[in-house]
Design a protein around this ligand. Structure first.
Ligand SMILES: Nc1nc(=O)c2c([nH]1)NC[C@@H]1CN(c3ccc(C(=O)N[C@@H](CCC(=O)O)C(=O)O)cc3)CN21
Ligand SMILES: CC(C)C(=O)C(=O)O
Ligand SMILES: [Mg+2]
Length: 270
């Protein structure tokens, strides 16, 4: 696995950074084989895979299990574990222990946490201890109960706060910053002001890289945020394949001769 230094050392103007989520080994292998730079084991697993309405119910053990599955499928990409709701920020020792587990047990190369005024000191502490941290500003869906899922940073005060917090997290040692669902002109300014690479989702084209939830990107999601685009129709393909299987079984064409083995001379008298 590359270190965060391989990501940070690049020239994103020439070579934008590509990030996708993955939650399982086969998907991670596809993403890694395609040359995607960073695989994020997102807490979006909550709604994308586990059937919850949000990411809030996702447990740290769930992220650990799926990060380990992803790490087993990846040769080249950096694996980032997305710390779930309340697994950090309650107390510093617990936050450090939980973040540390992602590197020591699950095979992540870095952790991401949703940032705010309350995570500057924690980011500094984790980085001091040797845990690479990716920050995340703009829409932070773990605050859904306070802010919903609306675009953030749309007035001057809110935009200035995002810019200030971005600088504070860079100064605290974050190696990269996710910017979610903010105006493109704000994301461009943040990107211009920071030295660390910014990764946008619903933040326009001027960040140093882009991230999407893989289910949205391949067209597997039933519902996706307004800023996501499906680059395929995996859901449509799965529906067709499952219906074709059903039809083959119910019409008796599967299993056919190809999939069937007969042991010649086998006779059981009972
Ligand atoms: N499949 C998936 N894709 C994602 O990008 C994603 C997740 N899940 N789960 C975690 C968060 C949640 N995200 C979301 C989800 C919905 C909107 C959205 O629809 N926003 C609307 C407003 C919706 C509302 O107010 O309820 C908008 O117009 O901004 C935005 C971000 C991004 N993340
Ligand atoms: C959308 C990305 C940035 C994320 O946090 C997730 O997938 O959980
Ligand atoms: Mg997340």
């Amino acid at each position: 696995m590359p270190s965060v230094r391989d990501i940070v050392g690049r020239d994103p103007e020439a070579d934008p950074i590509t990030v996708l989520t993955a939650y399982d080994t086969p998907t991670a292998r596809i993403v890694d084989d395609a040359g995607i730079d960073v695989v994020l084991v997102g807490d979006s697993i909550g709604d994308a895979v586990l059937g919850h309405d949000s990411a809030l119910p996702v447990a740290l053990d769930t992220i650990a299990t799926h990060t380990a599955a992803v790490a087993r499928g990846v040769d080249d990409a950096l694996v980032v574990a997305d710390l779930p709701f309340l697994s950090y920020g309650v107390s510093e020792p617990e936050s450090v222990r939980n973040a540390g587990r992602m590197l020591k047990e699950a095979g992540a190369g870095a952790v991401k946490l949703e940032s705010g005024p309350h995570t500057v000191d924690l980011t500094r502490r984790l980085v001091e201890l040797g845990v690479p941290v990716q920050a995340h500003l703009g829409l932070t869906p773990q605050h859904i109960n306070r802010v919903g899922l609306q675009r953030q940073g749309t007035d001057e005060e809110a935009a200035a706060e995002i810019l200030d917090l971005a600088a504070a997290h860079e100064e605290a040692g974050a190696f990269s910053l996710i910017l979610e669902h903010i105006p493109a002109n704000l994301a461009a300014i943040v990107t211009e002001e920071l030295d660390i690479p910014t990764i946008g989702i619903g933040a326009g084209p001027e960040t140093d890289g882009q991230v999407l939830v893989v289910n949205d990107a391949v067209g597997l999601s039933e519902r996706a945020p307004p800023f996501a685009t499906a680059f395929g129709d995996v859901r449509g393909e799965m529906i067709e394949a499952v219906e074709a299987y059903r039809d083959a079984v119910t019409t008796g064409t599967f299993p056919g001769e190809e999939e069937t083995y007969v042991e010649e001379g086998l006779e059981l008298d009972n």
